[in-house]
Design a protein around this ligand. Structure first.
Ligand code: ADP
Length: 177
């Protein structure tokens, strides 16, 4: 079955969708985790565009998003967003994580994207609790796609077993995907 919100276990760089989302950092200059994997798979064209954006607007703030080519990957675009670093004292972390998802989708809509794949933003090096992050991700995506029929499919790409089972459980309890 082809659901409007779906999950996939594996590597986001291989996804055949219009846009994949990168969990980048504010420098836009690449890093570890999914960011490193995307730059390696996509090749130097991505970093070249990131540097141009950085020169124009000074990187990307937490919760915001920018768009580049996907270089050598099957997708057309990479939407780079920056999730918050988790800490007990970061009171705005939940809101900033929701912004990262919603601003990525808004940029997708502006660029005629119909299919998009998200990694589990902030749940790696940035240490966001995976269950809370998944709830925020699903709630935010549902809100936005209900207003934009143009988005035909959103795929949550889970790289680790824990995230996959959290998403599987949360989505199976919710009807109407
Ligand atoms: P952040 O700094 O936002 O936490 P990370 O890249 O460290 O970003 O991790 C975000 C999520 O991306 C983690 O759940 C991690 O397991 C996952 N991840 C790492 N590599 C890939 C990949 N190639 N495809 C999809 N997800 C990945």
């Amino acid at each position: 079955m082809n659901r409007r919100i779906d999950i996939f276990r594996g590597d986001i760089t291989k996804m055949q969708v219009d846009a994949i989302v990168n969990a980048a950092n504010t420098s836009l200059l690449g890093g570890g985790g999914v960011d490193g994997a995307i730059h390696r798979a996509g090749g130097p064209a991505i970093l070249e565009e990131c540097i141009k954006i950085r020169n124009r607007q000074g990187g990307c703030k937490v919760g915001e998003a920018v768009i580049t080519t996907a270089g050598n990957m099957p997708a057309k675009y990479v939407i780079h967003t920056v999730g918050p670093v988790w800490s007990q004292s970061n009171k705005q972390a939940n809101e900033l994580l929701a912004n990262a998802y919603s601003n990525s989708l808004k940029l997708a809509v502006e660029n005629q994207v119909e299919t998009i794949a998200f990694p589990n933003i902030s749940t790696g090096i940035y240490h966001f609790p995976k269950d809370i992050a998944a709830e925020i991700a699903i709630k935010t995506i549902k809100e936005i796609i209900s207003k934009h029929q143009q988005i035909r499919q959103v795929i949550f790409v889970c790289f680790d077993d824990e995230n996959y089972s959290i998403y599987e459980q949360l989505l199976s309890y919710q009807c109407g995907n």
